[in-house]
Design a protein around this ligand. Structure first.
Ligand code: ADP
Ligand code: MG
Length: 665
């Protein structure tokens, strides 16, 4: 369960509590209540009719109830014999003919003098093989250790602030939550409101803010290559663009240009919806690197996307005399050698590729800028690899079409500066979104025929089966056969992640050229692909996708001036939450709004793909709900780092021991 040291156990907090401090008279126990009773065993039987059961009758001064076991050990039967006195705790159920009973209660032998516990009993998150009893024992031990060392662990919340926030000190908060006295009221223990819980949530947020600030301070010590170009290439690129930059694009470029000129390496996230024009901004940054005599690398998560970047950047930069080379794992040996040589000699100004770029065999003559597209699709190790490049750390620019709400960015990415492109370039027509039950497929097929008859094209996205290219590919192959049978007179293409790069490219090329009417595809088309004539996007089993993914898929249409639509096919019955989620997509086309809603519905772990980002997720705090605490934690983190570096380190350690390195990734 990831619990090792004392702090891990102290911060393993109860889910709820049982009240074993009291004995309830049996005749007051009502079905649905959790109670503890005490009495004498008056009958104990093994019933063999049907499924074997062990049933015990328990009597106190006034009434009787049954205790029933469907699974039991013979030791239980030898222990629970007629005449023994026991305490039984559990949920009261209505049994046979209105009688009351407990199924699988917790029982202990006792006598009339056995004392009752003087604390409520915490119930902890447990797992198979890790019992409540084991957790309680180990946590109690940690509590003892904590009390011995209490003076030695930093509470970090100054008395005055604690008073203002009406929060207890950390030690008292932990005592209350792990060993609550029976008089503790619900308000004192209720996770949302209780000061003790708020105190812990504050502590966790403080630890997180400290970790982020330390990562940032670490980065401030790095030196990067200040890129002060003469503007030759950047100006030429701007002059050649067939359009003017949008206000947001200009703003983003101004921020990036300033960062690139500095000695501290840039660490900036450029956020913008699909189609908002991030590529041009990245191209400007690359041009700046080259005109300053250095190299730029652009890394994309998939071959398709990398190739598209290669073509786009090539189209923008090659006419300016910049050599753009291409590097993926699937390159033929000769071409690979040439590419590596060009990278090492510095002849290649811009290198585009997949994660093949961060392999050991790749040596840059003078890498000054690393652009990572859709960085959340790379693992932590891969992102760290791009950072560690000898003495001089390249500037980093991350592109992301998954908008990250402000509060989240603030709390998880304090080490990251953020530029946002909010408005799409002019001339786009909004995409209409429809929710259609899967049973109405025929109408969708008719709709596709109509679009194709008007000279347009369509995407049909196959169900997301698993996070596995292979299984998705099988589903896609089946889908394309069905679609070909249903639409025999249309030209139908297939695209999935298991196809060879050349095949994929060939299919994409014919779709872009209009030689394919309907492209059946897996989510490989989620990012990057740009075919303005495609006006219809059909997404099968839409409820299985994350909102951010659906929004990105939808962004594949409406790239030109033609009226476009996105049909979300869903399966019935649709759960309440699933319906609420799809409705958000129907109502909004603003990626930030959608991400915010997704965050509220699914939490940050899901939205960000916590595992992919490698982020240490918060255990008790919630950056949205506890935003008031977050603000204070930010200020406190600044103060603490100035005044007491050691206390700061201890606080980070107790919450994120071992995981703290990830804050810098
Ligand atoms: P993103 O990478 O953010 O999804 P792209 O950079 O691929 O978006 O841009 C989408 C399309 O918009 C491209 O065809 C690009 O040429 C075009 N584009 C970018 N900026 C502008 C602009 N300012 N005005 C008009 N079209 C633009
Ligand atoms: Mg893009």
């Amino acid at each position: 369960m990831g619990l090792r040291g004392d702090w891990d156990f102290l911060l393993h907090l109860p889910l709820r509590y049982l009240d074993e401090t009291r004995i309830a008279p049996i005749d007051t126990a009502a079905p649905g209540e959790w109670v503890q009773v005490e009495g004498e065993i008056v009958d104990a039987q093994l019933r063999r009719a049907g499924r074997p059961q062990f049933v015990v009758r328990l009597r106190d001064e006034r009434a009787e109830l049954s205790l029933r076991w469907l699974h039991f050990f013979s030791s239980q039967r030898t222990r629970l014999t007629v005449g023994r006195r026991v305490r039984a705790a559990g949920l009261i159920r209505e049994g046979w003919k209105g009688a009351i009973e407990m199924v699988h209660p917790r029982v202990t032998l006792c006598d009339r003098q056995t004392p009752l516990p003087d604390r409520l009993t915490p119930v902890y998150p447990a797992s198979e093989g890790v019992s409540q009893a084991l957790l309680r024992r180990r946590i109690a031990k940690a509590m003892v250790a904590m009390r011995c060392r209490e003076a030695g662990f930093p509470d970090a919340l100054p008395g005055a602030l604690r008073e203002r926030l009406a929060l207890p000190d950390l030690g008292s908060a932990l005592c209350l939550l792990h060993e609550p006295p029976p008089v503790a009221s619900l308000a004192e223990l209720d996770g949302l409101l209780a000061p003790a819980w708020r105190r812990l949530r504050f502590d966790e947020l403080l630890a997180q803010q400290l970790a982020l600030r330390r990562a940032r301070a670490q980065r401030r010590k790095e030196t990067g290559p200040p890129l002060a170009g003469d503007g030759r290439l950047v100006d030429a690129l701007l002059a050649r663009l067939p359009f003017a930059l949008t206000v947001d694009q200009r703003g983003a470029w101004a921020e990036i240009e300033r960062d690139l000129a500095a000695v501290v390496p840039m660490n900036r996230l450029l956020q913008g919806d699909v189609g908002s024009g991030k590529t041009v901004v990245a191209a400007l940054a690359a041009a700046r690197a080259v005109e300053a005599g250095a190299q730029a690398a652009i890394m994309a998560p998939t071959e398709i996307l990398a190739e598209q970047h290669f073509r786009r950047l090539g189209a923008l930069l090659t006419p300016l005399g910049v050599q753009v080379v291409w590097l993926t794992g699937r390159l033929r040996e000769g071409m690979r050698r040439d590419a590596l040589a060009a990278i090492e000699s510095g002849v290649a100004g811009v290198v585009v590729g997949t994660h093949a770029l961060i392999q050991d065999s790749v040596r840059f003559a003078n890498l000054a800028l690393a652009v990572v597209d859709e960085q959340h699709r790379f693992g932590v190790a891969q992102r760290l690899a791009l950072r560690q490049d000898g003495a001089c750390v390249p500037h980093r620019l991350m592109l992301s079409a998954t908008p990250i709400p402000r509060t989240l960015a603030m709390s998880y990415f304090a080490d990251l500066d953020v530029s946002v492109i909010r408005t799409l370039p002019p001339g786009r027509s909004p995409v209409r979104t429809k929710l259609v039950a899967g049973s109405r497929r025929d109408e969708v097929l008719a709709r596709i025929r109509a679009e194709v008859a008007r000279g347009r094209q369509a995407y049909w996205v196959c169900p997301l089966v698993e996070e596995s290219d292979e299984i998705d590919a099988t589903a896609a192959v089946r889908m394309v056969e069905e679609t070909r049978a249903a639409l025999p007179d249309l030209r139908i293409g297939l695209l999935h992640g298991q196809m060879a790069a050349v095949e994929k490219t060939a299919v994409m090329d014919s779709f872009a050229a209009g030689a394919i009417d309907v492209l059946v595809a897996t989510t490989v088309i989620e990012v990057g692909i740009d075919v303005p004539n495609a006006s219809l996007m059909v997404i099968e089993h839409a409820q299985r996708f994350g909102l951010a993914t659906l929004h990105q898929l939808r962004g594949r249409v409406g790239r030109g001036a033609v009226e476009s639509a996105c049909v979300l096919l869903f399966d019935e019955p649709l759960s309440e939450t699933a319906r609420a989620r799809l409705k958000i997509l129907y109502e909004s086309t603003d990626g930030f709004e959608i991400a915010g809603a997704d965050l509220r519905l699914r939490g940050p772990g899901e939205l960000l793909g916590a595992r992919q980002w490698g982020l240490p997720m918060l255990r008790v705090a919630d950056v949205e709900r506890d935003v008031d605490l977050l603000d204070i934690a930010r200020a406190e983190a600044d103060r603490l780092l100035q005044e007491d570096e050691r206390a700061a380190a201890a606080i980070v350690d107790r919450w994120f021991a071992g995981a703290a390195a990830y804050f810098g990734a």
